[in-house]
Design a protein. Structure first.
Length: 292
């Protein structure tokens, strides 16, 4: 079994003149629940579509569980994919979805699929178009899990769900991860959901990977520093704000801050992700200039 879920090297995808994903170099470990977060249009779906072989790279390479995406039946069987808006076939019943799953997937787990559907209270003869958004998402998750992939890729699976349905969906996902030793890559705009669910995070902004790492390391290695205006700061600058007399920096730094003129503030995961998103609007060289 591969120890790397996804490896990208100089990966890029261009539509016309514009890169939807650019210079993406990334190594995501297997056996983890990985969150992919970024603003609208950042390139999240593009990266996930490249990972499942629905798109071909313009530049660079990508491998998933050590293989080229969609390069063989064995590779296809290893990766489950639930696309954005958790698509199902409107005119097929829940039962027909399970039959289709059984026919298309060599490692299909009938018992698991039927057990999940029964637990969710879905009736086998109900047409998908008559399910609620949350039920459809759960059906799509059931199909993804019962395929028994090594890696399950979910593109914004909870976007249309209410908070309770979202929580139930994510709990179900976590149970599936614990029961079936599944690796998961999950995209979402909701950092609080990712914080509850994931142990590894990738932040994508403006088509580029801005941050990737263990969730705990990310939180413990960023701080907010406030001090006299334009005082030099330790670590790598993420954002800088200034008043006439004071500068406030978000920096990547985990060492001790000995200088008493700094006030040190802890950051939540959401603060950190937002700081990386904000950084895109601030040209980095100028920000560094100011920081000196
Ligand atoms: N088929 C396409 N043709 C042209 N441009 C595209 C196509 N698909 C995506 N793009 C562009 O590529 C960029 C990245 O899109 P992508 O769907 O990967 O972003 P995303 O991070 O998933 O966004 P969202 O959070 O809104 O779903 C966007 O600027 C988008 O307009």
């Amino acid at each position: 079994m591969s120890t790397v879920a996804l490896r990208a090297d100089g990966l890029g995808k261009r539509y016309g003149k514009r890169f939807a994903l650019e210079d993406c170099t990334l190594e995501v470990p297997a056996g983890r629940v990985v969150g992919l977060v970024g603003p609208n249009g950042a390139g999240k779906s593009t990266l996930l579509n490249l990972a499942v072989g629905m798109l071909a790279p313009t530049t660079g390479t990508i491998s998933v569980l050590g293989g080229e995406p969609a390069s063989s039946p064995a590779q296809l069987a290893k990766v489950g994919y639930v696309a954005q808006d958790t698509p199902t076939y409107a005119h097929l019943t829940v039962g027909e979805h399970l039959e289709l799953g059984a026919r298309l997937n060599p490692a299909w787990d009938t018992e698991l699929a039927e057990r999940r559907v029964a637990r969710l209270g879905l009736s086998l003869d109900q047409k998908a178009r008559k399910l609620s958004g949350g039920q459809r998402a759960q059906l799509a998750l059931t199909l993804g899990v019962a395929k028994r992939p090594e890696l399950l890729i979910l593109d914004e699976p909870v976007a249309s769900l209410d908070p309770l349905a979202r929580r139930e969906f994510l709990q179900d996902l976590m149970e599936a991860v614990a029961e079936h030793e599944l690796s998961v890559i999950l995209s979402s705009h909701l950092v609080s959901d990712l914080e509850r669910t994931c142990d590894y995070l990738v932040v994508l902004v403006d088509s580029r990977v801005r941050l990737a790492g263990d969730l705990e390391d990310i939180v413990s290695s960023h701080v907010r520093l406030s001090g006299p205006r334009d005082a030099g700061h330790p670590g790598e600058l993420v954002t800088a704000r200034h008043t006439d007399v004071q500068s406030t920096y978000v920096v990547r730094y985990s060492g001790p801050i000995a200088d008493p003129s700094w006030t040190v503030g802890q950051l939540s995961l959401e603060d950190i992700v937002l700081a990386y998103m904000e950084r895109r609007t601030e040209p980095a060289p100028r920000a560094l200039e100011v920081a000196r």
